[in-house]
Design a protein around this ligand. Structure first.
Ligand code: AKG
Ligand code: FE2
Length: 584
């Protein structure tokens, strides 16, 4: 049953920014088209509505367990295996994989009328992208030599990552501004206590790695992407401007949220660890329906891709000796300039013009740096590009437009919750988990508002809350860590189910892998007197940046993965016992 309900405009004094934005004086009625089964037409929960009858798929809402999350699936869609001769006479084995993003509403045209009207002008949808795997691009002995240099190095960088705002645990081997990082976050590169050793370390690493760059990886990149990398003249040849090594390890960083490498015309990732033996999971590509499929990379295998590949990292513990799980990777970000100048404003301009939604999404992040562009022009282009991209099925752009309508991102768009919900729904159709998270936020804010109006403590099982939790469960299944964290809140406070389940809550908090998740789980362990678990979880929270002076701000910049404007603290109505989740 399709029902419409309104967000009522009201003024509340509240410290929550999101609530101010949702309920401020400028709030308009929000028309959300949702299958909200048990709501009356005026948006009030009917007495007969109970969450037991509410389901996501065939499971009651509130029943999703971390163990239901998909086990790591290995990517197998390789369409070609060939031997490529490089211009220097070397031969390399290459397997080509393809990934197609699938957008249901854009393809079928049968979904809701609001969405169709938003996409009426969408043209052909082409979100396919490919990548190459070069098995054994580095010899195992070279990899072992690299690892022996780094294995015991205790002082990797710990600055906040631009994708997920957690400590990077990486070290740059090379970059155009390696030793001019004063004022930025790579503090150890300008600290005399660390610098002399780092210089030596880099020399040793370069001695091993540079020959592979010169003879295998860069020739392959230049040959494989002629238009991007070799046809623009000698000074515009693709060059490995950034070279860094990153560590993932049980107990500290084990993930890197889903993202596009918009800053690299080509990326090469070389695994320095063995899939299966050292770790499970690892580097994944995000496939058609938003699932993650993992590259079963062995030591020395390289993956080569461009910015259009949606990817991330999630390292799962080994089944045996899980505490020894680790994965190291060598990452190269190429630019199309031998001087490492930034021409990224050119990279996606043409394909964006030709109507590729992904290029439009990526180009929208670059227009501000087009030489000579004035601020107003740039602003309008960013908006147009994101609208076009969203309508073409690029979920990341749909999310940005939605957040702009909520004024969670700077924008001159009028505050409009109906539009925001429409674009969140579009993102959902593109299998972007942030669409679900955004809907959950809107629904909870609505529930919180109604609760305040009605002075009613029964909102923990309100249909709005049920629907929000259903969205959180959908997002959690797609790997959304903020949603997983908030499922921890659901079971800590008994939302929807009416049962407090501390064990399940802790399990969700830990599954999120967020420092805040480990912190709350640590507090729960402390509350039940489990000192050992408290210490262990607290240590993990600390290793991921909890309490670091930059963490909160980094979280605001990165959201759950590289895009600002999403809050970990959802506007929960008060729970059945009158408590409310803390704001972290
Ligand atoms: O560590 C990896 O395998 C890849 C990391 C990554 O995607 C990145 O740093 O952009
Ligand atoms: Fe990446």
């Amino acid at each position: 049953m399709k029902l419409y309900f309104l967000f009522q405009a009201a003024c509340f004094t509240t410290t929550s920014i999101s609530l101010n934005q949702l309920h401020g004086a400028q709030a308009q009625p929000l028309l959300v088209e949702e299958d909200l089964g048990c709501l009356n037409d005026d948006g009030i929960t009917s007495d007969t509505c109970r969450p037991a009858s509410s389901t996501t798929g065939d499971k009651p809402v509130g029943s999703l367990l971390p163990s239901h999350l998909p086990e790591p699936v290995v990517f197998t869609n390789f369409v070609e295996n060939t031997t490529v001769s490089l211009s220097n006479g070397r031969e390399v084995q290459v397997s080509t994989g393809t990934v197609t993003q699938i957008n249901q509403f854009a393809n079928s045209g049968t979904s809701s009328s609001t969405i169709n009207s938003a996409t009426a002008n969408s043209e052909s949808i082409n979100l396919a992208t490919e990548f190459s795997v070069l098995p054994q691009a580095l010899s195992r002995s070279s990899v072992d030599n690299v690892l022996s240099i780094l294995q015991d190095y205790q002082y990797l960088d710990e600055d906040p990552d631009t994708v997920d705002g957690m400590p990077t645990y990486e070290i740059f081997v090379d970059s155009p501004d390696l030793y001019q990082r004063q004022g930025n976050n790579k503090v150890r590169d300008s600290d005399p206590n660390f610098l002399p050793y780092r210089i030596q370390l880099r020399e040793k690493l370069q001695a091993i790695l540079q020959p592979y760059l010169t003879t295998v990886l860069t020739p392959f990149v230049q040959q494989h992407y002629p238009d991007a990398c070799s046809n623009k003249g000698p000074s515009r040849a693709c060059t490995p401007c950034y070279s860094l090594i990153r560590r993932y390890r049980h107990g500290d960083r084990v993930s890197h949220a889903t993202h596009h490498d918009g800053h690299a015309i080509v990326t090469v990732v070389v695994s320095l660890s063995d899939y299966g033996r050292d770790y499970r999971g690892g580097l994944y590509v995000s496939t058609g329906f938003g699932q993650h499929e993992f590259m079963a990379l062995k030591k020395g295998d390289a993956v080569v891709h461009q910015s259009t590949l949606l990817h991330g990292v999630k390292v799962y513990d080994k089944l045996e000796e899980p505490e020894t799980t680790q994965r190291w990777s060598w990452i190269l970000w190429y630019r199309d300039s031998t001087a490492c100048a930034d021409y990224s404003y050119e990279w996606f301009a043409d394909c964006a013009q030709r109507g590729s939604p992904l290029c439009q999404q990526l180009h929208s992040t670059k227009v501000g740096s087009v030489p000579g562009i004035d601020a107003k022009d740039a602003y309008n282009q960013v908006l147009d590009l994101n609208f076009a991209a969203a309508r073409g099925g690029a979920g990341g752009s749909a999310i940005k437009v939605a957040r702009a309508y909520l004024q969670q991102l700077p924008s001159r768009l009028e505050f409009d919750q109906t539009k925001a919900a429409e674009f969140f729904q579009m993102a959902i159709q593109s299998h972007h988990p942030d669409g679900h998270y955004g809907m959950a936020h809107l629904l909870l804010a609505q529930a919180q508002l109604q609760q305040q109006q009605h002075q009613d403590n029964m909102y923990y099982q309100d249909a709005l809350v049920v629907q929000a939790v259903a969205h959180l469960e959908s997002a959690a299944q797609l790997g959304h860590v903020y949603a997983q964290f908030n499922l921890g809140m659901v079971h800590t406070y008994g939302y929807v189910t009416g049962h407090i389940n501390g064990t399940l809550a802790a399990s969700w908090f830990i599954t999120s892998g967020l420092p805040e998740g480990y912190y709350v789980a640590a507090q729960q362990a402390k509350a039940v007197g489990d000192r050992e678990r408290y210490a262990q979880l607290g240590q993990r929270a600390h290793a991921l940046g909890f309490m670091a002076p930059w963490r909160k701000q980094a979280r605001q910049h990165t959201g759950s993965g590289g895009a600002a404007g999403v809050d970990l603290n959802l506007p929960w109505p008060t729970a059945m016992d009158g408590r409310q989740p803390p704001k972290l």
